[in-house]
Design a protein around this ligand. Sequence first.
Ligand SMILES: Cc1cc2nc3c(=O)[nH]c(=O)nc-3n(C[C@H](O)[C@H](O)[C@H](O)COP(=O)(O)O)c2cc1C
Length: 436
Amino acid sequence: MFHLGWFLGDSTGIHKWNGTWASSNGKDWTKPDIYIDLATSLERGGFDLMFIEDTAMIEDTYGGTMEATLKYGMMAPKNDPMPYIPLLAQATRHLGLVGTVSTIQYPPYLAARQAVTLDHLTGGRSGINVVTSVTHRVAQNFGYDQHLAHAERYAMADEWMQVVSALWESWDPDAVLLDYDEPRYADYTKVHPINFEGRYFKCRGPLNTIPGPQRRPVVAQAGNSTPGRELAAAHADVILALCKNPDEMKALRQDMDERLVKHGRKPQDLKILFMTIPVVAETDADARELVSREEAARTSNDAIASRLWYLSYTSGGTIDYSKYDLDGPVPQEIGVGETTTSKAWLENSAGMTLRELATGPFNYGMDFVGSFDTVAEQMGEAMEIAGPNSGFLVYKPVTRKDIIDITDGLCPALRKRGLIRSSYEHKTFRENLMAF
Ligand SMILES: Cc1cc2nc3c(=O)[nH]c(=O)nc-3n(C[C@H](O)[C@H](O)[C@H](O)COP(=O)(O)O)c2cc1C
């Protein structure tokens, strides 16, 4: 069996807001309803988790202005995802809810306390996705003149995780006594200051709330560069991965297994979720027809601008792709932002024109196209090669049609083959995630 996660790539922000199936997203994205529909559907489908992206900026790398960002609704506007988590938890019983926290945005004490509070409110279903943030515009909203260099972001994130982990351990498991007769609520000798002093953070501790049902909320990490992999091997329970074929999946799994062992951990301690944007329909021909329509739509000026916008963003704000001739060669710099994503997008682009790249396949993880049964079969085969302790992270537009295609079309086909769970055996997110 493998795990399933849903990547809410535009967070609690504006999603597909015009065109077929967008429904009232343009008006209603600020309300909880679409996310509640999504969460309840994911649980019906047997998903382990919903993973909520976050970035706190209005970008202006592409074209040097916010025009395209706000014309198309590119990663903005966006609400803070964290307040949605208890609402989603109220509507579901088993789904893990992972909110993104940036290590330049949240002081570790605030993040540790918020995650534990959410763990209490969700009955043991909270998680954090630890990111280092991508562009200068985010950094500039949190007191920096410029974002830090890539290596330093990760050095800071490692220290950040050390503080957060120490705070989560600052109450011994038996510190709370709840002795009504004496009376004594907690044993103060079992609650410990952490007195952390590092290069980036200083924190006394202890945490001022008691451990939640999971004690340690689930930790996810999403960069696949070498320092990103090291951060995951040291601290994470889940890593989100961009791999284009089963061999790459297998190679990443093996690489992470070796890193985990070096950190004194076991391969089963870290699940890898491989990104995929599956195109599914009732028949193979219907799915291919959807792909043909997507291919045709990619050639419009708006679609090209949107794609170049993403390339500019993932470069970390260092490359403005609007400046290059569309019919000239693709610039080969990777930039300093989401280097894994930029590399995936630029792979094999030498010799292509920028227009060819911008109108080509989106290239974001594993490609699956076909009927529900065909794709279920292919997913099973890919996972056979990748090996255990893994799963897929499904990324689709947030429309009710796209949601049910997956949860009520693909998921039953996967379940019929015994590839995904048919129930949740445990109470907490962590236990369900670690069950296989
Ligand atoms: C699948 C995926 C999801 C990500 N989600 C976020 C996010 O929600 N917010 C954010 O600031 N960065 C996000 N990132 C960025 C990374 O977490 C990381 O900080 C950055 O990409 C640098 O990593 P790399 O050079 O190791 O790829 C994401 C990256 C990937 C690949």
